[in-house]
Each structure stands twice: as C-alpha cells, then as structure tokens.
Design a protein around this ligand. Structure first.
Ligand SMILES: Nc1ncnc2c1ncn2[C@@H]1O[C@H](COP(=O)(O)OP(=O)(O)O)[C@@H](O)[C@H]1O
Ligand SMILES: CC(C)(COP(=O)(O)O)[C@@H](O)C(=O)NCCC(=O)O
Length: 406
C-alpha cells in the first residue's frame, strides 16, 4: 500500500506501531522519529529506547517524529505481514516489562482480527498481539483527535466543508458513530467514560458487499466512483412517484423525498442488467448513509446529545456520503443536531491502541498525552507528546509529534 514505499525508502526509524484489524481493513499507525543519529544499534529499539532519545528539558528522553498511517485490506493480510517484515520489526518490538527476562515481543492491536489473527502474527513474525478493547480504542482515538489535532473535525453540507473548532473543555457528551464493516454508536462522556448505546449491521460492509454483487465492481473505490455519476431516482421510489408528482405536505414530505429505497425496482419489469451500475451504486450509498444518519439521530435524541461525530472508513471523505448523512441528521433533528466528520476518520481505533502504550511503561518509554503545537488547541500543561497536523495530509495524513519517555 501507499506507505510501504515511503518507509522502506526513507530508512526512517520506526519505534512504535499499533494495529486495528477490522472486518474489512487493517489500519496501522506508526511513529517514525526524525533523526536516528543517536541510535547505537540499528536493529531493535526494544533493547535501547533510552539511547535512541535526546533529552527534554525535564530530563526525560524524547523522540521527535511523525505518526504515520497506512491501511491494508484484511483479506490481503499477507501484504500487511510483508510490510511489517520489511520494517524488520525494529518498529514495535517491545519487551514485556512485567516479565523483564522474557524475549516476548508484542505489538498493541485492536479489532476482531487481533483475536482472529493472533496465531498468524506469532507464526509469521514471531510477534504477540497485545489486545486492546475495540470500543475503548475508538473512544481514546476520537478524544485524542478532537482535543489535540488542529482542524480535525468538520461539517459537510451542500458541498460546503467547514472546520469546527473544538473546545477541549466542552467536548462531552457526544455521540460517536463508527461506520466500519458494521456500525457502532457510542455515547462518550469523558476520557474512558463511554457506553456503546446502539449499532446496526447495515454498514460499510453492506454497501461494499451488496455493491460488489450488484455492480460487479472490483474494488471499493470503483464502486464509490460509480456513485458519483449515478442517479438514485432511477431505482428509488420517491414520494412524488406515489403521490402523482406532488408533495405530501401534511406530514412534511416533499415530492423528492425517498419513499422507498430501490422501490422502483419492484414496479418495473426490469432485470438487474437493465439498470446502470452507477445508478445502483448511488441508490445503495444513499440508502446506507441515510439509514445510519437516521439511527444516529434517534440515538442522539435518546440521550439528548447535540453533537454526532461520524468516523470509520466507509465515509472515505466522500462528498455524497457525508452530505447524505448530514441531510439525514439535519432533517430528522429539524436542525437541532449536527453531523461532524473527522479527517483521520478510519484511524480512531488504531490511534487508541497506539496510545494504550501509555498504560504500560515499556522499557522506559511511555506515551503520554498528546498536545498540539498550535496555540488554539489544548493548553493543559505537563503533556508528553506534542502534535501538529501535516498541512498537506490526506486521509493518511501524518501527525507531527514528540514522544516523551519516563
Ligand atoms: N479499500 C477499501 N477496501 C474495502 N473497503 C473499504 C475500502 N475503503 C473504504 N472501505 C469501506 O470501509 C469499510 C471498513 O471500514 P473500517 O473503519 O476500516 O472498518 P473495519 O474495522 O470493519 O474494517 C468497508 O466496509 C468499506 O465500506
Ligand atoms: C462487531 C463490530 C463492533 C466490529 O467492528 P468493525 O470491524 O465493523 O469496525 C461492528 O461490526 C458492529 O458494531 N456491528 C453492528 C452489530 C450490531 O449492533 O448489530
């Protein structure tokens, strides 16, 4: 994938790595330090964390570098293993501090695949996966991004993207909707304070799975690309189709509101082959996004939450997806609730797993809080990682940061 070339060419020292192995995609976050001049042994960080580091003002070891992101399809897990092998596991190999004499190397991992593929990682790379709870990681990742990273959250409506300034002191409560293969809805009340309040199996896997069957697309991006050119009115039955072109004003439905997704497919004597794949893709994307937007709003209503953050790789920064979700939230809440999206949408779980290194003191290297360099962000003192977002970052955008050890 994209970052494979980056890493092997740059010879950058990778010191920490975490994984989120989901139903569809494997997400990686890894920390590359800028300068390995103080490295005294090229191969493994695990035995020499302190010697890798310069000293900070308060005499704590410091690693300065960037957090990088990469992803692989879970079905192509061997590509991911090759990628990790290419790093020669100097990256995330950490000794278990609770058993100092042990040779055990472990990497923080979350998602169902941390269980499913644990033996594979052991067998192919000799690495143990140190499992972190998926929901906890999502929340930790979301809180970090929202509090520490400049211009992370934004709204998207009618083609207009607007960054939202988050006050870290006024962040909670909010609803986090993670749209991966399936969808989890989590009420977040604070750091580590959350409850998974709902979910739906109609998620990103449904869009991609049904879309692949119905359109014969070979990959997700192709399916998404198709939807750009499609017209959902070919397959969706609108209120106007039922009401002879007029609104059903009495109950607040305009003639253009979708009355029944894919509803026209039943009333016409057409086969699948008579429909354009782009129209199928468009209706499917609209159906899934609208449904998630609606269920999310209902859950926000249940708990009186005004802010809903949508994440997960289903979104893919895709305009029509975000627009549909926003319209659904706006429509059902009568403008009361707001849909917001995150730039690092697919990496919440991985970031959370990465940050869980802080819970354990590993060979003297501890990841503490992350704080952004920009003055508008978190201002609390004593934080141990400083971050700023690469202004050119895309979905894999790296984050500049400094890791302080203990
Ligand atoms: N390259 C891709 N391959 C497959 N699915 C993708 C891709 N890019 C985005 N997606 C979408 O993202 C979803 C997975 O999102 P993700 O947040 O990674 O969840 P999971 O943890 O379940 O893998 C897929 O179901 C699909 O809708
Ligand atoms: C089981 C999961 C947490 C796994 O996470 P994922 O790999 O989809 O990101 C998720 O797919 C989910 O919440 N599914 C919806 C299940 C339900 O509430 O009906």
């Amino acid at each position: 994938m994209d970052h494979l070339a980056d890493v092997s060419q740059s010879q950058t020292q990778i010191s920490h790595l975490a994984l989120d192995i989901g139903g569809s995609l494997i997400k990686l976050v890894y920390f590359c330090r800028y300068d390995d001049s103080c490295r005294d042994d090229g191969d493994e960080l695990r035995s020499q964390n302190d010697s890798l580091c310069s000293k900070s003002d308060n005499s704590k070891p410091v690693l300065e570098g960037r957090l990088h992101f990469a992803k692989f399809e879970t079905s192509k897990i061997n590509d991911c293993l090759d990628f990790l092998r290419s790093m020669k596991l100097r990256l995330g190999g950490f000794h278990d501090r609770t058993a100092p004499s042990s040779d055990k190397i472990f990497i923080k991992a979350t998602g169902g695949g941390a269980y499913k593929f644990a033996d594979l990682f052991k067998e192919k790379l000799g690495v143990s996966l140190d499992k972190e709870d998926e929901m906890e990681c999502l929340v930790t990742g979301a809180n970090f991004l929202l509090k520490a990273v400049h211009q992370e959250a934004f709204t998207y409506l009618d083609g207009q993207k607007e960054f939202v300034q988050i006050d870290p002191n006024d962040l909670y409560p909010y609803l986090l909707v993670n749209i991966g293969s399936g969808v989890s809805m989590i009420k977040v009340d604070g750091d580590g304070k959350f409850e998974r309040v709902s979910g739906t199996s109609l998620g990103g896997g449904t869009f991609w799975g049904l879309g692949r069957l119905l359109t014969k697309c070979k990959n997700f991006d192709e399916l998404l690309e198709l939807s750009h050119r499609g017209n959902n009115r070919i397959l969706d039955m609108l209120v106007g189709d039922i009401y002879g072109g007029t609104d059903y004003a009495k109950i607040g439905l305009s003639s253009t509101t979708i009355a029944s997704s894919f509803g026209k497919a039943i009333s016409e004597s057409k086969e699948l082959g008579d429909y354009q794949p782009e129209d199928v893709s468009r209706s499917l994307l609209r159906m899934i996004s609208n449904n998630i937007g609606q269920i999310s709003y209902l859950n926000a209503l249940r708990f009186g939450l005004k802010r809903i953050f949508f994440a997960g790789f289903f979104i893919r920064g895709h305009a029509y997806t975000m627009d549909t979700i926003s319209v659904a939230v706006n429509f059902w809440s009568k403008g009361e609730a707001k849909a917001m999206f995150l730039r690092h949408e697919g990496f919440l779980g991985t970031l959370g797993a990465f940050m869980s290194y802080e819970k354990q003191c590993l060979d003297g290297l501890t990841v503490h809080k992350m704080q952004q360099k920009f003055p508008i962000s978190v201002s609390s003192a004593g934080d141990n990682i400083y971050c700023s977002l690469n202004s050119n970052s895309d979905e894999n955008g790296s984050i500049e940061c400094t890791v302080y050890g203990t």
